[in-house]
Write a protein that binds this ligand. Structure first.
Ligand SMILES: [Mg+2]
Ligand SMILES: [Zn+2]
Length: 235
């Protein structure tokens, strides 16, 4: 699908916020080093499709492993550099990474903070929206945990749960709760990031019909178009 996103420099510019672990890369508890990084099949290609559509792709990740003393901010930077490299192999890129290094029960004192950025709080999302000039009401947050979905609700973005990472577990919990309360399950759930991006691109094309480039002439029409100087025979 061809989206003309030049119109999105002003208000209403959509964005896709992506959780990292379990959404882009295979979940590894407290991933700390590039050699643990495995991109989930189809995720890089999906990000490349968002890039091509001109939609900002922003990673929003809780990294309390920093506060817990398991790894450092430099380690996170190394992981993100390596992620950039793996994604680039598929023509994909992340526009910005935001991570929260904090945790209330931190071992590393300078990160011991009940912060506003740790999801489900919206500090990273609102900072990213301001810095990348995107509209939260037009944004999507894709992730595998309830904290991702809650962060979406808390900032007025649309949440999508993927079944990768902890996603199946999250889905089961939500289903159990819905059953217990008799409420309908309203969470938007898809298999993986590739499926989430299918849905996002369809919705954006639907919500912003003016953003979809006029289709090219069908080839048989083009074929019959006269060249300059050529005359149609009079009927
Ligand atoms: Mg995750
Ligand atoms: Zn934080």
């Amino acid at each position: 699908m061809a989206l003309d996103t030049k119109i999105w420099t002003g208000p209403g510019r959509p964005a896709v916020f992506l959780d990292r672990d379990g959404t882009i890369n295979e979940e590894v508890k407290y991933l700390s080093s590039p050699h643990q990084l495995r991109i989930i099949p189809g995720a890089a290609e999906a990000i490349a499709r968002l890039n091509k559509a001109g939609i900002p792709v922003i990673v929003i990740t809780n990294q309390s492993g920093i506060a817990r003393g398991y790894y450092t901010e430099d380690d996170v930077q190394d992981v993100h550099n390596y992620m950039d490299k793996l994604l680039a192999d598929h023509g994909a890129s992340v526009d910005a990474y935001y991570y929260c290094p904090h945790h209330g029960a931190a071992i590393v004192k300078k990160y011991a903070l009940d912060c506003e950025c740790r999801k489900p709080r919206i500090g990273m999302l609102s900072a990213a929206a301001a810095q990348e000039n995107v509209s939260l009401s037009q944004a999507y947050m894709v992730g595998d945990k309830r904290s991702d979905l809650r962060a979406a609700v808390n900032c007025g973005a649309r949440g999508i749960l993927v079944r990768t990472g902890y996603g199946r577990q999250t889905e089961e919990e939500l289903l159990r709760e819905a059953e217990a309360t008799g409420a309908a399950l309203v969470t938007n759930i898809v298999d993986d990031l590739a499926a989430a991006v299918d849905q996002i691109l369809n919705q954006i094309a639907h919500n912003h019909p003016q953003s979809v480039k006029a289709p090219k002439f069908a080839s048989n029409y083009r074929h019959h178009r006269p060249e300059i100087g050529q005359h149609y025979p009079h009927q």
